[in-house]
Design a protein around this ligand. Structure first.
Ligand code: WT7
Length: 665
């Protein structure tokens, strides 16, 4: 089954033999030390106890782990704390209020400098504002904002009052937003009139209105929402529902900048974040306060070697994803980092924008995704060469397997051959980095995420759960609980156990294929389930298939992830058009264009298929299961593999003939 992985199989992935030893100058000052592995190996729980003790606790914990009700874990559970207090108040309390928390750079070029003292003032006003709207501990708040300081403030204000935030990435459609608001029964939605995207104003508030409109289809849904709090960002005209909609500046600005954080038990849920699972509906994963914060802060300090007094750290992810939660908001802020927060895309107003920002703020630590690196490779190195990137001292990668070529380019062109590159493997579920080199300690290999973090137990196993030998592909599992592990799926404890813990008895199954090389270093091989990874965004084949068949023209749809040079994988859809539907264009391209737009409307632009092929049949087994393996062969323009299990072996010929006739990208 692992062989069926529809994953990027990069050319020289397994032949890679180059290694890069830590530079002595880096190693002597590194936060990470080789003995951490040993220490954690001897007493894993003691290791995590010490990591958690670095947080500010209101009531210090004495218990480390309760795993008696596995797979439901409780970490540090007799302690109380507040995540916002750790991320903000503590720095002010300890005399670091003047330190810059964020250099905010808006896409149009507007900037803000926010110190920890400024953030302290803002989160207190916002917390009072939320409380004035009746938001209480345990209530859920949906946040649908662009990448602006208010997004961070809104998240931390929720944490401050013990409300559970559910951030929905601004690129998701009204329908995706509706599902998420509804599943979490959010009481409040925080949004903006719009955001800036590639020189244009992207509207957000109209999508909230659409999501909340008690339409004919779902009259009972989203009834939980009492108010919509709207940040003015672009100044666009905005429809207004009196009694429900409120401006952020009207509610928050007049509030006193004085608010005592609500001390919550360590296991109190900090946030919900929806992510694609193998079945249609997204899963609302939720994380705890204490264990999550300990994991995010600890890994951030170790993997990014943060020196908070001198570093300028930039993670290019959006706060709408777990990377933004753990490595913009909770990890770095708990560590007192100075960060860059950028609203826009790398190519607006020009393709050197990111490097201009690195130069302007003297960024020292830079964390981004392979898809971005491959895009820059395509644009050519003359662009970054035009900027002074000499401030950089460490580079990170996350989101998908990084091919050695992109790794080497990142190191050479962006890092000037002097910066360690850390490829970090983790997931929304894991909350924090699980597999990564430790800069200053680990000799790295281009394309390998190397070894599990100290205190994390990982293995690669076969179908029966038995560890495989060196060089053999298998399933990646985590064999012991860890502090930042997800605590469950919102309102669905059964699905939690079934999805993650039942495949291999007592082990967490990540959904990824992996292999260990002869040195024991890990190579990630991508998902082995129906989850696709498009530009580091997680999507499932079924959710896109559902969107496609909801269109009146479509009788049946099959979606696969095909290798793509820039995005890692790309969505390729095979659709069968209904014979009885009215007015279906005969031109396949026209059908494809309309369906791509439909998917954008249903899920969001990120899910739009790169290619839609109109076909007369899709290949199925005799039991009626779509054979995606064969469709992937077609999508990747490979000879089609074994067809002997097909119910009708002529189907593949029909598809190939149809393709030759010209329905394509
Ligand atoms: C999936 C998780 C973790 C933040 C971003 C994605 C893939 C992630 C790597 C990496 C190979 C990676 C895995 C994983 N993935 N990082 N360094 N090397 N694969 O979070 O949306 O929860 O997706 O992303 O397939 O299962 P996510």
């Amino acid at each position: 089954m692992v062989n069926d992985a529809h994953t990027p199989t990069f050319e020289n992935l397994h032949r890679e033999r180059r290694t890069f030893k830590p530079a002595v100058g880096f190693a002597v000052h590194a936060n990470a030390r080789a003995y951490e592995y040993k220490k954690a190996g001897v007493d894993r729980l003691e290791y995590w106890r010490e990591a958690a003790m670095r947080l500010a606790w209101h009531r210090p914990f004495t218990e480390i782990l309760d795993w008696t009700d596995a797979p439901f874990a409780r970490w540090f559970y007799d302690g109380t704390l507040n995540a916002c207090d750790n991320a903000v108040d503590r720095h002010v309390r300890e005399g670091r209020g003047d330190r810059v928390a964020f250099h905010f750079e808006g896409e149009p070029g507007d900037t803000q400098t926010l110190t920890y003292a400024d953030m302290h003032e803002r989160v207190q006003r916002a917390a009072n504002g939320l409380a004035s709207l009746g938001v209480r501990m345990g209530d859920r708040v949906a946040i649908y904002l662009p990448q602006i300081p208010e997004a961070v403030v809104a998240m931390l204000a929720c944490a401050r009052i013990g409300a559970i935030h559910s951030v929905v990435f601004g690129g998701f459609s009204a329908e995706s937003l509706r599902q998420r608001i509804d599943d979490a029964e959010a009481k409040l939605v925080i949004t903006a009139d719009g955001g800036n995207r590639r020189g244009a104003h992207l509207a957000l508030k109209p999508l909230v209105d659409e999501a909340l409109a008690a339409g004919d289809h779902h009259p009972e849904e989203c009834a939980s929402v009492k108010n919509v709090l709207v940040v003015r960002r672009t100044g666009q005209d905005t429809a207004w529902t009196e009694g429900r909609d409120l401006w952020w500046h009207d509610v928050v600005d007049p509030q006193p900048a004085d608010h005592e954080p609500v001390w919550v038990p360590a296991e109190h849920p900090l946030f919900i974040l929806y992510t694609s699972g193998t079945t249609g509906t997204p899963k609302g994963l939720f994380h705890s306060t204490g264990g999550y914060l300990a994991g995010a802060a600890h890994t951030h300090r170790m993997v990014f070697d943060l020196k908070p007094e001198t570093d300028v750290y930039w993670c290019t992810a959006d706060v709408g994803w777990i990377t933004g939660h753990s490595y913009i908001v909770y990890g770095p802020m708990t560590n007192g980092a100075t960060q860059v927060l950028y609203e826009g895309t790398p190519d607006t107003p020009h393709r050197g924008r990111w490097w201009e920002i690195v130069e302007k703020y003297g960024v020292t630590i830079f964390y981004t995704a392979p898809t971005a690196i491959r895009t820059f490779m395509k644009w050519g190195e003359a662009i970054p060469d035009g900027y002074d990137l000499g401030s950089l001292r460490l580079l990170g990668s996350v989101g998908e397997p990084i091919n050695p070529e992109a790794w080497m380019w990142h190191r050479r062109v962006i890092g000037g051959d002097r910066c360690p590159v850390v490829d970090t493997w983790w997931q929304t579920e894991t909350g924090a980095i699980m597999i990564s080199p430790l800069p200053g300690v680990t000799a790295t290999k281009p394309g390998s995420a190397m070894t599990p973090m100290p205190g994390i137990s990982v293995d690669v196993v076969d179908d029966a759960g038995v560890p495989v030998g060196p060089g053999e592909a298998g399933y990646l599992v985590i064999t012991e609980p860890w502090p930042s592990m997800l605590r469950g799926i919102w309102a669905d404890p059964v699905r939690y156990g079934r999805t993650y813990w039942n495949r291999f008895d007592g082990m967490y199954f990540a959904g990824d294929g992996a292999k260990k090389d002869v040195d024991g270093d890990l190579w990630l091989l991508g998902r082995i389930d129906d989850v696709m990874n498009v530009s580091g965004h997680r999507l499932t084949t079924t959710e896109i298939e559902h969107a496609l068949v909801s269109h009146p023209w479509v009788a049946e749809a099959a979606v696969v992830g095909a290798q793509d040079e820039v995005t890692g994988q790309a969505v390729v859809a095979f659709v069968i058009v209904r014979q009885d539907a009215d007015a279906v264009p005969t031109d396949g391209d026209e059908v494809a264009a309309a369906l791509r737009e439909h998917v954008r409307h249903e899920i969001g632009a990120l899910a739009r298929p790169r290619t839609i092929l109109v076909v007369s049949e899709v290949p199925k087994t005799r039991s009626g299961k779509i054979m995606r393996r064969l469709l992937r062969d077609v999508a990747e323009r490979r000879p089609v593999g074994d067809v002997t299990t097909l119910a009708d072996s002529s189907v593949m010929d029909a598809i190939r003939d149809g393709l030759a006739a010209g329905t394509k990208d």
